[in-house]
Design a protein around this ligand. Sequence first.
Ligand code: ZN
Length: 76
Amino acid sequence: MDCALLASRIHEFLEGTLPEAEHEAALEHLAECHACEIVLAETRDVADLVDDDGHTALTNDDRSRMLGNVIDEVAE
Ligand SMILES: [Zn+2]
């Protein structure tokens, strides 16, 4: 698994809905890639924001934009 593939799977990864083989590959990549570790932490924070009050405070567009910003920051 590489960074782009992990980024495209990150919501499924957090939800635990990835196939086992992909989940394992994601964990292996995260163990050695600090950039994706940051992206995962940021994505988890956003997911927590939404889950805390039981309402979807952010649209999917918001989430995609925030995730895109994080990936841009990491890439620089
Ligand atoms: Zn990576």
